[in-house]
Ligand binder design. Structure first.
Ligand SMILES: Nc1nc2c(c(=O)[nH]1)N[C@H]1C(S)=C(S)[C@@H](COP(=O)(O)OP(=O)(O)OC[C@H]3O[C@@H](n4cnc5c(=O)[nH]c(N)nc54)[C@H](O)[C@@H]3O)O[C@H]1N2
Ligand SMILES: Nc1nc2c(c(=O)[nH]1)N[C@H]1C(S)=C(S)[C@@H](COP(=O)(O)OP(=O)(O)OC[C@H]3O[C@@H](n4cnc5c(=O)[nH]c(N)nc54)[C@H](O)[C@@H]3O)O[C@H]1N2
Ligand SMILES: [Mo]
Length: 760
């Protein structure tokens, strides 16, 4: 396929081939294939890729191409041993790509950076813990606000609970999580509107829905198992209306790679029945347009004396703020809506008519909404839109944020949060006899600001690749080396190990797919999926190395070396038997986790209470609240695309999991031969005197006087709205100013970066 020519159906034969290629590439074809049979099964292991719901009655193969790749990547037979570091200095490795670094294989030995040789050298566990403990204990009480405990969203509920306790007993609430770069906009938006920080939809709702609206989420790559629910809905004739600046393969067509019939016939299911290529940052406008069309239709129905379009009974009983919202919608002109969204009035009116004809509607969204300056408002507009016809809190309907990492939602549930009001501080005090810190901790953006201004001195990362995932990567890397201490708990080598503090450790851990043997025998862990269901997970693969320790054991090791002894916290007993951590979690959060050890193996998981799913609104006024949009421009701090300024939004390919890049191709988008590309509208190319395949330098347009650029980007003509450009994350992160983040949630606004291009 030619560069930039757009792909085929998601799934299909290509998917089957990709899975065996991934296993072959990691030299685990046989073992890997066997393991995949246990993926996302009740008695198996929860996939380490995305957080999509795991059904009670799984398919024979309850995994997707992305999940199989993530499994292959974790159970690879490749190893990153001490001899690798004997051959390469850290400075030399700084020139390696993300893909090359992780491709070395699994880390197997605890490592400490040695300044004299600029190499990571092996260190034994007890020495590593003792030295890290000594460093952390040496920080005086008043400076402990400068130590950050990051978590990347993969570690289990058990480990996460222990980790938040470690941070709080150490003396701060500095528990930023990858969620701070992701769905924090959801967690801030929804408590105000419907009184819960998570979505209301469960898998049952997909079986009953009669219409789906899809905003800014790339299901084919990032949560492909959801394609089963979408395909099933489409078979029932359910319309799916998609808002996305790119025509994403998984949202166009799906051919089920696990259905033999479909594989033999060229049967593909059309996923989206209406596809609206909204301008990046144009969703407030689009959603306002949908609401305006509904209100106008309702006016017409009233005038004609026919059935109302708005669910007036629901609105009267359950909601507040409707009048002000309707007034705002009425006073906004169609011209303004069309300009803001880049869509036509006719298309929006047609989409609203489909919505109005349905009784049960689900609204799904992802990073295309959350990662904007007004990411919180974006989410609230989805809520406004659903509330108009009572589409929250009844079967078949609801709001569905698609979470990222496989336990990112669960980490927040068990207390990994920088917001003290969301943590069970009183309970922790009662159970563990210490005075938990009450002041707000640092989120991701604030942790970065602290590194820049010198107030942060140490960083502990429970997984992830923080330095590569954050904005302003060039500026951040320069400041990062001034840290006194960096500790990374990791499975694979990445950039965050290479740019390090004065004292630096890599602590290699077991992955979730591996057998975790402790004193009481083989351990299981639990995770929470996107729909609020908790699942048990038991590793099946032999560990990648004898020295590896579990994340729980590493957190306990750090805690015992760092904290004063406290008999109320049985770190070692917890490690010996994780069911005891689960008992502690159940004591801390009885409403959610009572009888945790018994319930964790419930097929389909056990669901935490979601009051909004039953029309109980845990908001201050006890109502579901409409939020009046004060602007239609999602990113007012970035120059609105005009003249030579373009709006860049960063996306993932089908060959990556965040900063883990499996290979440089993007099969679904037809991009081969490198990720340093910009997907551009053909009219913009011509208008700006640029040519396809030309190499350019991108410069961020910001007002803070800092020069931000990325060199050597190749231009690809692509079907993307005029003025918008797509590029890859993390390659484009040097262009993002740290200050350009969602207003209330501080999620970096990765979907709207104002840039100019110059020939390279
Ligand atoms: N295989 C795989 N799976 C993953 C991940 C991965 O990297 N690889 N990452 C995991 C994580 S942590 C997360 S958070 C999720 C991310 O999953 P997504 O939420 O799908 O995130 P992105 O890939 O960033 O894609 C966002 C989509 O929004 C569209 N978009 C961009 N800007 C706008 C806009 O302004 N409006 C609208 N309506 N659409 C827009 C893009 O074209 C793209 O299709 O996936 C998780 N699952
Ligand atoms: N421009 C731009 N930037 C973005 C985004 C975007 O869309 N655009 N998306 C943002 C989002 S949504 C997110 S969630 C963040 C992701 O940010 P992170 O979660 O910090 O990054 P990952 O790439 O998922 O982390 C990969 C590393 O995790 C480690 N790892 C893998 N498995 C395990 C495990 O089981 N245990 C441990 N301890 N370590 C493990 C490996 O060493 C691997 O190198 O990036 C954000 N950054
Ligand atoms: Mo994410």
């Amino acid at each position: 396929m030619k560069h930039g020519e757009q792909g085929h159906a998601a799934g299909g034969w290509g998917s089957v081939k990709e899975v065996s290629n991934a296993l072959l590439h990691e030299h685990v074809l046989i073992e890997g294939s066997k393991l995949l049979l246990h993926q996302n099964k009740t008695d198996g292991f929860a996939c380490v890729s995305c957080a999509w719901a795991k059904p009670a009655n799984p398919h024979p193969f309850e995994f997707c191409e992305s999940g199989a790749k993530a499994t292959a990547w974790e159970v690879t037979s490749k190893r990153c041993e001490p001899d690798f570091f004997a051959r390469h200095t850290v400075t030399e490795l700084l020139d390696w790509s993300d893909c090359a670094l992780e491709s070395v294989g699994r880390l197997t030995t605890p490592l400490r950076w040695d300044a004299a040789s600029d190499r990571y050298l092996p260190v034994d566990w007890e020495t590593a813990f003792a030295e890290i403990g000594r460093e952390l204990r040496a920080v005086p009480a008043e400076k402990r606000k400068g130590v950050v405990f990051y978590a990347s969203g993969r570690a289990s509920l058990e480990t996460s609970y222990m980790y938040q306790l470690l941070a709080r007993m150490y003396g701060n609430n500095n528990l930023p999580d990858s969620s701070n770069m992701c769905h924090e906009s959801t967690s801030v938006a929804l408590p105000k509107t419907i009184g819960v920080p998570i979505g209301t939809v469960s898998l049952d709702d997909f079986e009953q829905t009669d219409c789906i609206f899809f905003f800014g989420q790339n299901v084919g790559t990032n949560s492909p198992r959801m394609l089963h629910q979408l395909q099933e809905a489409r078979r029932r004739g359910v319309p799916i209306i998609t808002f996305n600046p790119l025509k994403e393969a998984g949202l166009l067509n799906f051919s089920n790679p696990q259905s033999p019939l479909e594989m033999l016939t060229p049967a593909e299911t059309t996923i989206s029945t209406q596809y609206l290529q909204v301008r990046a940052g144009g969703d407030i406008g689009a959603l306002l347009g949908l609401c305006k069309a509904l209100i106008e239709a309702d006016d017409a129905a009233q005038a004609a004396g026919s059935a109302r379009v708005l669910d007036v009974a629901f609105l009267a009983e359950h909601t507040a703020g409707l009048e002000a919202f309707v007034a705002e919608v009425r006073s906004t002109t169609w011209q303004h809506i069309v300009d803001a969204s880049g869509l036509t009035q006719a298309d929006l009116v047609a989409a609203a008519a489909t919505y109005a004809a349905a009784d049960k509607v689900i609204g799904i969204y992802g990073m295309g909404l959350t990662q904007h300056r007004h990411g919180v408002l974006n989410v609230q507009m989805v809520s406004n839109f659903l509330l108009l016809r009572g589409n929250i809190g009844k079967p078949g309907a609801g709001i569905c944020p698609v979470r990222g990492h496989s336990n990112v939602q669960g980490q927040r549930t068990v207390g990994i949060t920088e917001k003290p009001e969301l943590a069970p501080l009183e309970k922790l005090k009662e159970l563990y006899h210490f005075e938990p810190p009450r002041d707000k901790g640092l989120n991701t953006v604030e942790a970065c600001e602290g590194v820049l201004d010198g107030s942060v001195s140490a960083f502990v990362g429970l997984g992830g690749n923080f330095l590569r995932a954050i904005p302003d990567t060039v500026r951040m890397e320069a400041a990062w080396s001034r840290l006194r201490l960096t500790v990374q708990v990791s499975t694979k080598l990445n950039r965050s190990h290479l740019v390090h503090g004065e004292v630096a450790y890599i602590l290699p851990c077991l992955g979730r797919i591996e057998i975790d043997r402790q004193a009481s025998g083989e351990q299981a862990v639990a995770v929470e999926d996107s729909t609020g269901c908790m699942h048990g997970s038991k590793g099946r693969a032999e560990p990648a190395g004898e020295l590896l320790r579990s994340e729980a054991a590493i957190v306990a090791g750090l805690a015992r070396a760092t904290l004063d002894a406290n008999p109320a916290v049985p770190w070692q007993e917890w490690v010996d038997d994780y069911s005891r951590v689960r008992d502690a979690i159940a004591r801390t959060f009885p409403d959610i986790f009572h009888d945790f050890n018994q319930r964790m193996w419930t097929p389909g998981g056990f669901r935490r209470p979601v009051p909004a799913a039953h029309r109980q609104w845990k908001t201050p006024n006890g109502k579901a609240n409409f939020i009046v949009p004060k602007t239609m421009e999602a990113d007012p701090d970035q120059a609105v695309p005009h003249a030579d300024v373009l709006r860049l939004f960063t996306v993932r390919s089908d060959s990556q999991f965040n900063t883990t890049v499996y290979n440089e191709d993007d099969r679904f988008r037809g991009i081969k031969g490198g990720r340093k590309v910009l997907l551009m509208n053909a009219g913009d190319l011509a208008r700006l005197g640029l040519a396809e395949d030309q190499l350019v330098q991108a410069h961020a347009v910001t007002s803070d006087g800092v020069a931000r650029s990325v060199q050597g980007l190749r231009l690809v003509a692509y079907d993307v709205p005029a003025g918008c450009v797509a590029g890859y994350y993390p390659e484009c992160n040097p262009l993002m100013a740290l200050s350009h983040h969602a207003l209330e949630s501080k999620v970096p606004a990765a979907k709207s970066i104002a840039i100019r291009l110059t020939p390279a």
